[in-house]
Design a protein around this ligand. Structure first.
Ligand SMILES: [Cu+2]
Length: 637
């Protein structure tokens, strides 16, 4: 059936025919969203759509959807009046041409709308127009301002009275020696401009230290600097003469029993929906719900460095077009992505999501002593990936689905490290070039895993190794067993990993059993890397509380989407997971969501300069008692 928007005024745009309630917003729908908002008086001369995304229907509606059912296409928009700083959170229906809710945001309490692309230009103009900043730069010997690159860095929230409710960025600058010179090699340290984006002026200049600007270039893309490319690598060609084994139908991908829907959001980037295996649901929705990169340097020019790359910088907006033969090898299917601009226009990024199939070595193997049988089968995985570039860093998000039911997320962190002046003996940075420091920092990701293991109602068992002392039932002292603890109400649901006991979290369906009467399960295996290192009383510990635990389990609530809350930009803290968990709801045999914190603590290596070889982190989900036996015995020889 065709559902059209009520509005057809001034050649208004008809809503396209919806195929599925989770179908990604089309270019026409983005234009229509702006029209609907404008017709309801929500778009003025200075209005920016800092975020616009599909407002997904509640899970029960999506699961109950049958092809041909009517769909109410709704969007959520975070509007900012760039003239006054007023912000509004709006939900509107494109189908009904109606505004369903508008919430005026109180920046001091709710946080600020995200940083915008245009803020890069704004801070450039603002700091270069400030005489105090120019004088401070001149004291550092920098007078050619055309070669200075000020960075729009999120301000955080430190309870400073004049800063509350003020839309701000903090600006550190870098210098280029020429137009193609990478500025990250030449940080101007000890000088930060605090910029008010609404008043468009520098409100405070922190000139804390006069430090030399490192001079050695870091131009990894300049053959004159890195020397000629090696000629010893012969071609590797990946050929699938009969084409790949997966099929794509719109946003739906099917492969070897797996079926899922691909989504893409301006904030979360790539999202996966309704992942099922042999028609058994496993995950309803998987996404990166937040990211944060806190830095360790306590100096006056740097103590505030904490970037929420998803909630503050909208990682989906920073997505790259991928290149065949460089980013992806083999038989590739690409998905284009349509994103909203801050004016509410559609912007297409071609080839933003890559889907392909990979051989990954041996799946199983045995050579038998007695029968002489020698059998080997090859493992494959379906790779769904995307890359974003957020300022200096680049992150790849690689979801893998394996033939044996394993789901894995691998993050590839690369790009250029954020730099400082290196002060001899520093406890907060590695020297990576003469006088150039790469400050210590951490990268945290919050994966939101809305699980549906064989159905909506699930529970979580914490499963780990239990060592047993020698005693009457362990006379030789060799015994060990498995300790299983069902997670209870949410206050107890925030857990830390423990590598010493191999702690894992089994998402079970208590109502569905395998042939041995055990509840079917998918286990989350964490890497268990260090958590947030900042002091408990630090601002970042309140604002990124999600990163103080490896696992949170909450009851499904369609309004609870982001690990650090809806608007982490300049948010004072406490939003997101700590607030969700405070409701203390029952999570045993209910519709639950897992939030998994993982990441890496990065003590930069000299080898990470001037561009960083990919570093990896992630997690794995594997079936445990989900199948009655090895599900890939039928792989061909
Ligand atoms: Cu790093």
């Amino acid at each position: 059936m065709t559902v059209r928007a009520a509005t057809q005024a001034d050649g208004g745009i008809p809503a396209p025919e919806p195929v599925h309630p989770l179908q990604r917003l089309s270019a026409d729908e983005i234009r229509l969203a702006r029209t609907v908002l404008a017709e309801h008086g929500l778009v003025g001369e200075h209005t920016r759509l800092t975020y616009l995304g599909l407002e997904e229907p509640p899970k029960s509606e999506v699961l109950g959807f049958r092809p041909g059912d009517p769909v109410d296409r709704r969007v959520r928009a975070i509007l900012l009046d760039a003239g006054s700083g007023a912000a509004t959170d709006v939900v509107a229906s494109l189908t009904r041409n109606a505004v369903d809710s508008t919430t005026a945001l109180d920046a001091a309490r709710d946080g600020q709308p995200p940083v915008m692309l245009e803020d890069l230009e704004a801070v450039d103009e603002i700091v270069k127009g400030d005489s105090g900043w120019r004088a401070a730069m001149a004291r550092r010997g920098v007078t050619d301002l055309d070669l200075v690159r000020p960075c729009p860095l999120s301000a955080g929230s430190f309870g400073v009275p004049g800063e509350e409710g003020r839309r701000m960025l903090r600006v550190l600058s870098f210098v280029q020696h020429h137009e193609k010179d990478h500025p990250w090699a030449h940080p101007v340290d000890g000088l930060v401009a605090y910029v008010d984006l609404i008043e468009r002026r520098v409100v405070e200049l922190v000139d804390a230290a006069l430090l030399p600007i490192p001079q050695e270039a870091g131009n990894f893309d300049d053959p004159a600097e890195v020397g000629p490319a090696r000629t010893t690598l012969r071609p590797i060609e990946i050929s699938q003469p009969e084409g790949p084994s997966f099929t794509v139908d719109g946003d739906e991908v099917s492969w070897e029993g797996w079926r899922l829907r691909i989504g893409f959001d301006a904030r979360e980037g790539l999202t996966l929906h309704q992942i099922s295996l042999w028609d058994r649901p496993v995950v309803y929705r998987a996404s990166i719900a937040e990211m944060v990169v806190p830095y360790a340097d306590p100096s006056p020019a740097r103590f505030w460095q904490n970037y929420f790359d998803a909630g503050e910088y909208l990682l989906g907006q920073q997505v790259n077009s991928l290149m065949l033969g460089c980013d992806c090898l083999g038989e590739i299917r690409y998905f284009d992505v349509v994103l909203p601009t801050q004016d509410g226009e559609p912007r297409e990024v071609a080839d933003a999501v890559c889907v392909h199939e990979e051989d990954v070595g041996v799946a199983w193997k045995h050579t038998d002593l007695f029968t002489g049988s020698a059998e080997t089968r090859r493992q494959r995985r379906l790779v769904i990936s995307t890359f974003v570039a957020i300022g200096n860093y680049d992150y790849g998000f690689y979801w893998y689905l394996y033939l044996d039911g394993t789901i894995e997320l691998e993050i590839k962190a690369t790009g250029v490290m954020f730099t400082s002046s290196y002060v001899e003996g520093s406890r907060w940075a590695t020297q990576v070039a003469p006088g150039l420091g790469a400050p210590y920092h951490q990268h945290f990701f919050s994966a939101r895993l809305d699980m549906t293991v064989d159905g909506v109602d699930n529970a979580v068992d914490e499963v780990e190794l239990e060592r047993l002392p020698a005693g009457p039932d362990n006379p030789y002292g060799n015994a060990f067993t498995r300790r299983v603890t069902r997670l209870g109400r949410e206050s107890e649901g925030a857990r830390t990993a423990d590598a010493s006991t191999g702690r894992a979290w089994h998402v079970v369906n208590p109502a569905k059993s395998n042939r041995f009467g055990q509840p079917v399960a998918y286990a989350l295996y964490p890497q268990g890397a260090p958590l947030l290192a900042a002091d408990e009383g630090a601002s970042i510990s309140r604002r990124a509380a999600f990163a103080t635990r490896h696992l949170w389990v909450t009851r499904y609530d369609p309004a609870q989407r982001y690990a650090a809350g809806d608007l982490p930009n300049q948010h004072p803290g406490g939003a997101g997971l700590p607030a969700y968990a405070a409701a203390d709801r029952d999570i045993d045999g209910r519709d639950i969501v897992l939030w998994h914190t993982f990441g890496m603590t990065h003590f930069p290596r000299t080898e990470d300069w001037p561009v960083m070889p990919v570093a990896h982190c992630g997690f794995t989900l594997r079936p445990v008692g989900f199948f009655d036996r090895n599900p890939i015995l039928d792989l061909p020889r």
